[in-house]
Design a protein around this ligand. Structure first.
Ligand SMILES: [Zn+2]
Length: 506
């Protein structure tokens, strides 16, 4: 790493010197730079402190956690568009703007959310209140109000007649609170073929709707506790995401041990639901906005080659995060980090003298966190025909650690080669290239593109603690150097890709 920086610096000292000298004799012009010199100039224009400052800006209080639909998210969209404009990157959204709008209901979560258990004590009842974030995080799309009821354990909350499986058989959940596991008892890692049968039942939305259909009025969802705004909204259904402490209190004294029950369901694929006898209160303060509007931000660097400019490389990542739930969720790693790297590359690529031959579309998605909606909408309404989209590079969570992971690199070896080559020549980071089976829910914008047959690689970082969907995903966890290396790497790789006579990664 040190050697790379040293040579870069040396090169720029010499470059600077020669430009200063030539200024005396002729007009110093960057047109005198060779392609290699242009490339190095671009690499060096990307700095860790600039990228770190972008993350800091995006994670700041003023954007309120960038929940798509909110006015703070829209302010953030305007800021991104203003940068693209400043760099001379053309608008590629609706009607000559930088944005593409799509319907996006959203729910705000306010202070005053609680979870507590009612414990009989002598002749009265005491309330044991749980800790926000350690023990529970309110459901991001919960109804507003309070549910107090007995808790029924319903395993995975699945009713699948064709699989001979019903978690609600033999228990009455009408007017009750259900305690439910996430996912399905079969995982795609264990048995892909079997998982595909269970897949429709693994979605949060299905599980919530099925609880509502069975008459439950609330849910303790064994999920983290982390925030996640991609569930259904039902006005009268109050739910919270809970962790170990709450689950163990619900199971305490029932004669069942939680882990053993879950293992048994997975092993036998037979439900194990029961009334726990515990009484809980879930109290949430939320406000639902069914008519919310989401935005993607799109900026186009049109190719300089009259023919190749009809082909596009899409470089993107999601701009949104979780908003407040009810504390601020800054989303520094998820995905302010990715956005900062895209901005860094966009600015470097927009250098007037660089003129990539193919077009490059910089794409910032909305509502990834609300069901990977923005990228889905883009693919239904693309700025370029999808068959002319030669590749998609996605970034999600690239800010924590010293290693990189290139998801789906093994699915698209020809695309991966460009990036690997750039890494070996300039950056020298550890990059783990993986295969992506992509069977479960779409959890990444990259999945949407792959399902449309577009060669895709999605980057994330690893090697340091990162905090997923909680308040601690803040600026303090960000490693500035990994942002710089990834931006420089992708600047080189994208430029090479854009300038090839022909590419076919499919
Ligand atoms: Zn996320």
């Amino acid at each position: 790493m040190k050697a790379k920086k040293y040579f870069l610096r040396l090169f720029l000292v010499i470059l600077g010197y020669s430009l200063t000298c030539s200024a005396f004799t002729a007009q110093a012009s960057s047109e005198e730079l060779t392609a290699e010199e242009q490339l190095l100039k671009g690499i060096h224009s990307i700095s860790s402190h600039k990228l770190f400052a972008y993350v800091k800006e995006l994670a700041a209080e003023k954007y309120a956690g960038r929940l798509t639909g909110t006015k703070e998210y829209n302010t953030c969209v305007d800021w991104i568009a203003s940068l693209l404009k400043k760099w001379g990157i053309a608008p590629a959204g609706n009607n000559g703007t930088y944005v593409q709008a799509f319907p996006n209901p959203y729910t705000l979560v306010f202070e005053g959310c609680e979870v507590y258990i009612h414990l009989p004590y002598q002749d009265s009842v005491i309330k044991k209140r749980y800790q926000y974030e350690d023990d529970f995080i309110p459901g991001s799309t919960s109804g507003s109000g309070e549910a107090t009821a007995k808790v029924i354990y319903v395993g995975y909350g699945i009713t699948a007649p064709e699989l001979g499986y019903d978690d609600y058989k033999g228990v009455d959940v009408k007017g009750k609170i259900v305690l439910m596991e996430r996912e399905a008892p079969v995982s795609p890692n264990d048995d892909q073929e079997l998982f595909m049968k269970w897949r429709p039942y693994s979605f949060h939305q299905y599980k919530l709707e099925n609880a509502v259909a069975h008459g439950a009025k609330g849910m303790l969802y064994n999920y983290g506790p982390i925030a996640n705004p991609n569930n259904s909204y039902r006005e009268d259904f109050i739910y919270s995401h809970v962790g170990k402490v709450v689950v163990s209190d619900v199971f305490s004294g029932t004669g069942y041990e939680h882990q053993a029950v879950v293992e048994k369901i997975k092993e036998t694929l037979a439900p194990n639901s029961f009334s726990t006898g515990k009484v809980f209160t879930i109290k949430n303060h939320t406000e639902h906005h069914p008519d919310g509007i989401g935005y993607n931000v799109l900026g186009l660097l049109e190719g300089s080659d009259p023919k190749l400019k009809d082909e596009v490389i899409v470089f993107g990542g999601h701009l949104d995060h979780l908003g407040r739930c009810y504390e601020l969720m800054p989303g520094a790693n998820d995905n302010a980090s990715g956005v900062s790297v895209i901005l860094g590359v966009a600015e470097a690529m927009a250098d007037r003298d660089l003129k990539p031959r193919r077009s490059v579309l910089f794409l910032f998605f909305g509502a990834e966190e609300q069901g990977v909606v923005g990228s889905e909408y883009y693919l239904e309404h693309p700025s370029f025909p999808l068959e002319k989209t030669v590749a998609f590079i996605n970034l999600d969570g690239v800010g924590c650690g010293d290693k990189l992971r290139a998801l789906a690199a093994k699915n698209y070896p020809a695309l991966w080669r460009f990036i690997d080559k750039a890494n070996q020549k300039f950056i020298h980071r550890m990059i783990e290239a993986t295969h992506f089976a992509n069977l479960a829910r779409p959890r990444l914008d990259a999945a949407r593109f792959m399902w449309k047959g577009i060669p895709t690689i999605s980057f994330s970082a690893s090697g340091a603690p990162s905090y997923y969907h909680i308040t601690k995903d803040n600026i303090d966890t960000i490693t500035p150097e990994i942002l710089e290396d990834l931006a420089q790497l992708l600047f080189v790789a994208l430029l090479h890709m854009a300038n090839q006579d022909s590419v076919d990664f499919r």
